[in-house]
Write a protein that binds this ligand. Structure first.
Ligand code: HMG
Ligand code: MG
Length: 314
């Protein structure tokens, strides 16, 4: 190991490059008990971009009462205008109202967010699965007609805190419907972090058999049981090249009991660097960003890599 990086030792059957979809500013901060000031969010996102991340989910245009932590989307998004040339800044949009708010500010990438289970659809969107897909339909159509890229999140792909294990066929069915709406990519959410690598392979195989192309998929693992990196490796071995992660391991979902932080971006970058896979991310700058953010939040980062590289000085 030199300069805070592992020695690269490539392994067979893995992609040459991985696109990291950074979700710390959205999935991370939506779950904070206190509302982080808008200037701190803007600085966080600028620092993430400075560390080389090129897809940074910025915020959500949801109902401000449902997610008060992100109620400042209108004042935050314009503060990121200087990044727009080199960095994609997707935002979450559940419905027409959210799309109108995002388009008004010139957002070029949006994400709708569906659920594989009825219980979470109801808890998160106040809709059944059918009703939420009906709500997304005009959103996806309008966005695409305006040349806006659409990601479709699919939550509870492995387990649900109310319904237990979620059958692969059930997830595949909703994934197909999100694709049929016109989503450009799908992100498979392990919202409560219960997946294990065999289950990841089984779902990716099921999706492939149902005609969902692997290159249109991203994976979104929460790290509740410490499985997020193993699950990521299983997905990479299956051909997935887009991985969601959150700087410092921030995260969770306010409407899913027992959801903890996402896979930490630093832990992901450490593994990818070790495998000789390109990410374009400067791990030192990223770690410094998470240490700074931990200072803003008043508690240490749960990321093992952040702790190791910062010698626990947080
Ligand atoms: P609802 O209460 O059913 O809303 O919420 P409604 O459609 O009945 O509208 C009621 C009022 O809200 C209306 O105002 C609307 O205009 C207003 P009124 O006419 O009464 O004055 N309204 C809005 N205002 C601002 N922006 C909007 C908006 N929409 C309606 N976009 C709704 C339905 C979808 C809005 C609500 O359930 C909601 O905002 N949910 C968001 C929940 C959320 O953000 N969860 C976290 C993100 S998902 C996640 O974290 C999982 C993920 O990370 C993947 C994984 O880990 O699995 C992505
Ligand atoms: Mg999430």
């Amino acid at each position: 190991m030199t300069d805070g990086l592992p020695m690269p030792v490539p392994a067979e059957g893995l992609p040459a490059r991985v696109r990291i979809h950074e979700v710390g500013a959205r999935d991370g901060l939506q779950n904070e008990k206190t509302v982080v000031p808008t200037e701190v969010k803007a600085e966080f996102i600028h620092r993430l971009a400075g560390a080389g991340l090129t897809t940074i989910e910025a915020t959500s245009f949801v109902h401000p009462k449902w997610v008060p932590q992100l109620a400042d989307a209108e004042s935050l998004f314009p503060q990121l205008a200087d990044l727009a040339d080199g960095v994609d800044l997707p935002v979450l949009v559940p419905n027409d109202r959210g799309l109108a708010r995002a388009m008004e500010l010139g957002a070029r990438r949006i994400a709708v967010f569906g659920s594989a289970t009825e219980t979470f659809a109801k808890a998160n969107l106040n809709r059944t699965v059918d009703e939420s897909l009906a709500m997304f339909e005009p959103v996806v159509a309008r966005a695409r007609a305006a040349g806006v890229h659409v990601r479709g999140y699919l939550s509870m792909c492995f387990g649900d805190p109310w319904e237990g294990a979620v059958p692969v066929a059930q997830v595949v069915a909703v994934a197909r419907r999100l694709r049929d709406l016109g989503c450009d990519e799908l992100s498979l959410g392990d919202t409560i972090g219960v997946a294990t690598p065999g289950h990841v392979r089984a779902l990716l195989t099921g999706l492939g058999e149902a005609g969902v192309p692997t290159d249109s998929l991203g994976v979104h693992f929460h790290d509740t049981y410490g499985q997020a990196l193993s699950n990521t490796l299983a997905a990479l071995q299956h051909g997935v090249t887009t991985v969601d992660a959150s700087a410092g391991g921030l995260g969770g979902c306010p409407y899913a009991k027992s959801a903890t932080g996402n896979l930490a971006t630093e832990d992901l970058v450490w593994m990818l660097e070790g495998l000789g896979i390109e990410t374009g991310v400067d791990l030192g700058r990223l770690t410094a960003t998470s240490v700074w953010m931990a200072g803003q939040l008043g508690r240490p980062s749960p990321s093992r890599t952040v702790r190791a590289l910062s010698h626990q000085e947080q």
